[in-house]
Design a protein around this ligand. Structure first.
Ligand code: ATP
Length: 361
């Protein structure tokens, strides 16, 4: 059993910089959690504190119920996969895989069977005699994963392990990591700045910003019910459109558009009547055409991005740029065209402009 528990975890670098702030997080045994956020938000520092590679300034870390605050990395029974693979270049793949176990004086026959198992899972058999420099980036990353598997640790920690790979390989390795977790369910923490990676891999996603946890939830929860405007804008690709609107009775408007408010939101928006709020609408919840009554506005097409499977449109409505996704690829459309854009009224989001918290319906 290896649940991880972070309790009021803080990290100060010197007296000036507070990198991780009061992080509370409960990760269940065998759960896969993705830590995501923009560069510098403190996600790697948090992971490194769990690994024992970074001292903690205050708070508590428990692994498997045991406080590990002062335990050195080797005694925490965690295995870490780094962005740069960190393989020993002068050793064969086999010896790289065996290294940690030999250090622990595990018998060679046992080492061989652990390596066989890892090689089966990751398809490494034909690479075992090669040196790391004779491997592609994806193969090196598989060896780095293999090295963790053979140690059979309580916890896997991943620090942006896929960032050095090209887009296609990243997608493939993502599937391999998912498969690996299904085959060997091990408590895992995966740090990434890529929200798609976080959403596709994590049982739950932890979104960080400026050292603080913003939200913890399943991928669907953080997408559908973002805890604040930052999460709403960070999760989802293309990103959510934000439009500064004014509430007018049962509608919201700008100088360039007017949209009816779904009855579910009308009550929550009542106190804002006559005042500004931020409307959030995801590009995939907009479509060309009239849609339901009160749901559409006029816009001018500025940029057409043909993706083959769909068209992505950059439009302008009054002063606002609004991205529209999922336009059928065969649609005949060009920059300068005037279009009607309709929104799914039940999928609009509204945020208080000062607190940036959702105005929930
Ligand atoms: P990235 O995706 O860029 O790696 P991150 O979210 O993982 O970002 P961290 O590496 O955790 O960010 O760093 C958090 C903050 O702490 C950053 O502003 C960084 O500059 C700072 N920081 C990290 N290590 C040190 C250090 N040894 N001394 C001082 N500041 C540091």
């Amino acid at each position: 059993m290896a649940a991880i528990s972070l309790n009021k975890l803080n990290k100060h670098y010197g007296s000036l910089f507070h990198a991780v702030k009061d992080v509370d997080l409960e990760i269940a045994d065998k759960e896969f959690v993705a830590l995501v956020g923009p560069s510098g938000c403190g996600k790697s520092t948090t992971l490194r504190m769990i690994a024992g590679l970074e001292d903690i300034s205050s708070g508590e870390i428990r692994i498997g119920g045991k406080i590990v605050n002062h335990l050195p990395p080797r005694d925490r029974d965690v295995a870490m996969v780094f962005q740069n693979y960190a393989l020993y270049q002068h050793m064969s793949v086999y010896d790289n895989l065996a290294f940690g176990l030999r250090n622990k004086r595990v018998a060679e026959t046992e080492i061989r069977s652990a390596i066989d198992r890892a090689a089966d899972i990751l398809g490494l058999h034909e690479l075992l005699q090669r040196k790391p420099k004779q491997l592609s980036g994806g193969q090196q990353q598989r060896v780095a994963l293999g090295r963790c598997i053979v140690r059979n640790p309580q916890v896997f920690l991943f620090d942006e392990p896929l960032s050095n790979l090209d887009a296609k390989l990243r997608a493939r390795m993502r599937i391999e990591i998912k498969r690996l977790h299904a085959q060997i369910p091990t408590t895992s923490v995966f740090v990434t700045h890529d929200q798609i990676e976080a959403m596709t891999l994590g049982d739950r996603v932890v979104i960080m910003r400026d050292g603080y946890v913003q939200q913890v939830g399943t991928p669907l929860t953080v997408y559908e019910k973002p805890a604040n405007k930052f999460v709403a804008g960070f999760i989802g690709a293309p990103a959510m459109n934000f439009v500064d609107v004014t509430v007018r009775g049962d509608a919201v408007e700008t100088s360039g558009l007017k949209i009816s408010v779904n009855p579910a939101y009308a009550r929550a928006l009542q106190p804002y009547d006559g005042k500004p709020v931020v409307m959030g609408v995801r590009p995939e919840h907009l479509a060309l055409g009239d849609g339901a009554p009160g749901s559409s506005f006029d816009a001018r097409v500025e940029v057409v991005e043909q993706l083959g499977s769909e068209i992505l449109l950059e439009t302008r409505a009054g002063a606002d740029s609004i991205t529209v996704a999922r336009v059928p690829a065969e649609t005949r459309i060009a920059p300068g065209d005037r279009v009607k854009v309709s929104s799914q009224l039940s999928r609009l989001h509204f945020f208080d402009p000062n607190t940036e918290l959702p105005i929930s319906g």
